[in-house]
Design a protein around this ligand. Structure first.
Ligand code: ZN
Length: 238
């Protein structure tokens, strides 16, 4: 009989990790590893339970962070070098931590069986890099943002500096020419539209986020900032 599913997945994700590092781990500057280690140690220390996660920098031609069911988080060099502070880095890594701690990665359980044998490394890497955040869907993405700011605060990072990550990501997305990705579809943008906030507006917005499997970044930022302000008040009261 075939080996246990979980075991198979684990082996495969181990192979994927080895392949990613072999192909894209070209870092030569010490600050990169030091920053990742420093920030991950602080985040791991305040997580409730679970296996410690390790962050790695990859020289991929993208501005992205992603994770897989293995205990590793990847951030592209291009994104990492644009993050001005450890606080901001903590938010980006914290979002990936959230996908582990909130069990979003369960979505991928057993999915590797759908792949033909022998294509493991590069194909799975591409799937995680390009698709994983969309596969989680808009609700889980928002949960991950909120979890990220929460553990940033628990770890003693400055919330406002952490949330600067949204400004950096916005620049990166706009640099790619993806205006919709930041602001949402044009017809939902007009702030003077009397229908804004109405049923038709909400339905259109809902359809757009489902089709794209993502909230516009500005909306993610607003939701996360609102959550942060609320949590500040609650934390001060306890
Ligand atoms: Zn995500």
């Amino acid at each position: 009989m075939s080996e246990d599913r979980t075991e198979f997945d684990q082996r495969l994700h181990g192979e994927l990790h080895a392949e990613l590092l072999a192909e894209y781990s070209l870092e030569t500057e010490a600050w990169v590893g030091e920053r990742l280690e420093r920030v991950m140690a602080r985040l791991n220390a305040v997580r409730q339970d679970g296996y410690p996660l390790v962050a790695h920098c990859l020289a991929i031609p993208a501005s992205a962070a992603f994770t897989t069911p293995a205990p590793h988080i990847y951030v592209s060099r291009q994104l990492l070098e644009r993050l001005p502070t450890d606080d901001c880095t903590a938010f980006v890594l914290g979002h990936e931590v959230a996908h582990h701690d909130l069990r979003h990665l369960d979505l991928f359980q057993g999915w590797t069986h759908a792949l033909p044998g022998g294509v493991v490394g590069s194909l799975t890497a591409a799937v995680f890099r390009h698709l994983s955040h969309r596969l989680y869907g808009p609700e889980r993405e928002s949960q991950a943002d909120q979890y990220a700011i929460e553990i940033c605060l628990d770890a003693g990072y400055d919330g406002e500096r952490a949330l600067q990550a949204f400004d950096i990501l916005e620049n990166e997305i706009l640099n790619r020419g993806d205006i919709d990705g930041v602001f949402g579809p044009e017809n939902l943008l007009d702030p003077t539209d009397p229908g804004r906030g109405g049923m038709a507006f909400e339905i259109q917005r809902w359809m757009w986020t489902r089709a794209r499997r993502y909230l516009p970044l500005r909306e993610r930022r607003e939701i996360t900032w609102a959550f942060y302000r609320r949590r500040l008040v609650e934390r001060a009261a306890r």
